[in-house]
Design a protein around this ligand. Structure first.
Ligand SMILES: [Zn+2]
Length: 381
């Protein structure tokens, strides 16, 4: 890449225009000229800013388009991947709950090169409290297939459910420790069930995300030892000491702030405590990883989420950290999360030439690379 303003990692300054060299999927040169040979391919970025590839740590692949497995569906599925993920700069996404058959097929089609797509880690179908299917899922899942959604009654059952999901392709685990069974009522998961699920996941090297919802769901998540909260609890009453404890223990938080505004209520009386809870969590040293809940929320633009996070007190370096190095660190992935020699060529090019990047600029993407290959837009290749 020529004329790239390289933003190597959060906390460092954006460089002046220079060259960035990637070969065989890895970053091999920063600020040096390539040894040119016939296979060298050049992209002139005209001074645009390049960062490590972004992560979206909360998506769902449940919309009808994803289950289109016919050959004729390729362009439709590709358009959906582009719109939801690649054009937003996401090179790695965490699917926190979908139909495993659909998601596994999509992952295979990307790996086979039939579709251009991000790295996808999935939580499979997720695990609910007994009789605790969230009300918004009941509309999506017909009653006669609901038995397929794991809802273990005992710790033993929870361990088996986790093992079975990880065997069938899941790489992370999602627990509804607090499940909105009606818009007003949260059903908590039994602590013994949640704890057994976490133990089995950790035994198999998988990270666990919890959907907390309220004080009780957050308490169960912490008692069970989960690794991340998939949302800020939106009923924040009584959660302050628990979130402080989560921050001290290194439990990560995926805020999904705009999802609350977009799917529940834009009433400031509802949103303000959620923003404050996130701000308090960060002031206690809590680590934030970026995620939007897109797929559940239909809106795909990431700008409102970035602006909401900025409003909660995150500066642009902190936002970049949540999008890149923090999730890589969470997964002990030492090949991603920054731009450096030897790391993978997973890169996001912003459509700005300013060295003073603003939060909203992180939503304006010019191109996305995975392993050194441009995966979006198709037309630039
Ligand atoms: Zn979600």
């Amino acid at each position: 890449m020529r004329n790239a303003r390289v933003w190597r990692r959060p906390g460092e300054r954006v460089s002046g225009p220079q060259s960035l060299l990637v070969s065989e999927g890895r970053i091999t040169g920063i600020g040096v000229e390539a040894d040119r040979h016939a296979s060298t391919r050049e992209v002139d970025l005209a001074g645009r800013v390049v960062t490590a590839g972004f992560w979206n740590c909360h998506v769902h692949l449940t919309e009808a388009v994803w289950s289109d497995q016919s050959g004729a569906g390729v362009s439709r599925v590709q358009a959906a991947i582009d719109d939801m993920m690649l054009s937003r700069g996401f090179v790695t996404v965490l699917d926190l709950g979908s139909h495993p058959r659909t998601t596994n097929a999509l992952i295979r089609r990307i790996e086979a090169g039939e579709l251009r797509g991000p790295n996808i880690m999935t939580a499979g179908a997720g695990i609910r409290p007994w009789r605790g299917v969230p009300f918004y899922m009941r509309e999506l899942v017909p009653w006669f297939t609901r038995w397929m959604l794991p809802a273990p009654v005992t710790g033993f059952g929870a361990g088996r459910a986790v093992a079975s999901q990880l065997r069938s392709g899941a790489r992370i685990v999602k627990l509804f420790t607090g499940s909105y069974v009606t818009p007003e009522r949260v059903k908590p998961m039994r602590t013994s069930v949640a704890r057994a699920a976490v133990e089995e996941a950790h035994r198999r090297g998988a990270r666990v995300f919890a959907h907390p919802s309220n004080r009780e769901g957050t308490a169960v998540a912490l008692d069970a030892g989960v690794d991340a909260l998939a949302h800020v609890p939106d009923d924040t009453e009584g959660t302050a000491p628990l979130l402080a404890q989560a921050a001290h223990r290194g439990v990560r938080m995926v805020p999904t702030l705009h999802m609350f505004a977009s799917t529940v209520s834009a009433d400031p009386g509802y949103l303000h405590p959620i923003y404050t809870a996130l701000g308090d969590f960060m002031r206690q040293g809590g680590k934030v990883i970026f995620g939007t809940d897109v797929g559940y929320m239909s809106e795909r633009d990431t700008r409102p989420e970035l602006e909401a996070m900025a409003k909660s007190g995150m500066g642009v370096h902190h936002l970049l950290r949540a999008l890149t190095s923090e999730p890589a660190d969470f997964f002990d992935d030492d090949e991603r999360g920054a731009i450096d020699i030897g790391l993978r060529g997973d890169l996001t090019v912003l459509d700005t030439t300013s060295e003073a990047v603003q939060p909203a600029d992180l939503s304006r993407v010019y191109a996305t690379f995975k392993d050194g290959r441009m995966i979006w837009p198709a037309s630039l290749e």
